[in-house]
Design a protein around this ligand. Structure first.
Ligand code: SF4
Length: 381
């Protein structure tokens, strides 16, 4: 299984909490597109390993930034170029992240005709005060309208993003937010705790302007409500922040969590080829310059056995599949397996980790504190 991620680094405005790479002017969109097409061609052999036929691409993901800002013709050109240079599988999952402002019946029809079969709606909240705190452009009414439009479109795989732990958002308000989704035909929910990243505007506002900071206890309560509500409505809690109706897990992210190779295109995108991580430059200009060289000279790191082991813990233990004995044997050396088995025992005794068949996994209600568990199991060189 392999996937391609395309980073679309444009937003209408910068949200105060966001630290993803994006710019708020569209003046360089044409140059970005031209460079992206070049990168697609330059890196067409990314998945090829000597003497093997590469597996077809199973997932294609337009993330950002705001991919829904792209014109239909631009998306069409990107898809055509991808198909020219890569072999897409028959059932390829093609996801487009969309801001509520951009979701119209006309647009969703066009996206569907292009073959986009999964829409990720950045709703974030159905509460106007929370949206104002987050400095989102859209209103709660617009979020509802976008949801309705998406659900009645030709795209039947709809996922919605929400943010919890927003100061001032009560437990009841948060429960109502989730219920709007669980009572709708949405088949996937991603919910993230509001975190204050360093050097963001929100960080500045909290430190210098005295606006309220997120509170850990409130976030923990919201997470508890989220897991209760989503699972009671038939959603499977399959990753710390992700909930899916049966059969609707994100194929793209699942492949990423289970260590499958993926190619990241566009400024700031990361790639993994099974042994190495590669980073595209995050500035638009630096990325454009990097793509003027064939092959592009990208920052790369070959993962050591310890890094591979630690990464497996970070990604897999956050999923409901957990880590199987087989995966452990394939990824870790006997020394690291011994370390894992020694350290994991205390967590099993405390109920932080359960051994189900031959899989070690963190129970759903403990996933919120998974970082502390994972850190204990990691190995330091
Ligand atoms: S729209 Fe998304 S990517 Fe753009 S600034 Fe807001 S949170 Fe960041």
């Amino acid at each position: 299984m392999s996937g391609i991620y395309i980073h679309v680094p444009f937003c209408r405005e910068k949200c105060t909490y966001c630290n993803f790479f994006s710019v708020t002017t569209l003046s360089r969109k044409a140059l970005w597109l031209e460079t992206l097409l070049k990168e697609i061609e330059l890196r067409r052999q990314f998945f090829e390993v000597e003497n093997t036929v590469p597996h077809p691409i199973d997932t294609l993901y337009f993330g950002g930034g705001t991919p829904s800002l792209l014109l239909t013709g631009e998306l069409e050109t990107i898809l055509r170029t991808i198909k020219t240079h890569f072999n897409l599988s028959k059932n390829v999952e093609i996801t487009l992240e969309a801001n509520p402002d951009d979701v119209t019946a006309e647009k969703t029809d066009q996206w569907s005709e292009l073959g986009i079969n999964r829409l990720s709606l950045g709703l974030q909240s159905f509460d106007d005060e929370a949206l104002t705190y987050l400095s989102r452009r859209h209103s709660a009414a617009r979020a509802l309208e976008a949801l309705e439009t998406a659900l009645t479109s030709g795209i039947n795989n709809i996922t919605a993003d929400l943010i919890y732990g927003v100061p001032g958002l009560s437990a009841d308000q948060w429960r109502s937010n989730i219920r709007i989704l669980t009572r709708s035909k949405v088949n996937h929910i991603s919910a993230y705790s509001l975190t204050v990243e360093q050097k963001t505007t929100l960080d500045f506002q909290i430190r210098k302007r005295g606006i309220p900071a997120p509170d850990d206890e409130q976030a923990a309560l919201h997470y508890q409500i989220l897991t209760e509500e989503a699972t009671a409505s038939g959603f499977e809690h399959y990753e710390i922040s992700n909930f899916a109706r049966p059969g609707y897990r994100s194929q793209h992210n699942s492949a990423y969590w289970s260590g499958k190779p993926y190619l990241g295109l566009g400024p700031s995108a990361h790639s993994y080829n099974g042994t190495q991580r590669l980073w595209n430059p995050s500035g638009l200009q630096k990325w454009i310059e990097a793509m003027n060289i064939d092959p592009p000279q990208l920052e790369a790191e070959t993962l050591t056995p310890v890094q591979r082991y630690n990464e497996m813990l970070i990604t897999q233990l956050r999923t409901s599949d957990g880590i199987s004995e087989k995966m452990l044997a394939q990824t870790a050396s006997p020394k690291l397996i011994e370390h894992f088995k020694t350290e994991v025992q205390q967590h099993i005794n405390q109920g932080d980790i359960e051994l189900v068949g031959s899989c070690y996994r963190i129970p759903s209600h403990k996933l919120f504190t998974s970082d502390a568990i994972v850190i204990n199991l990691m190995y330091a060189d």
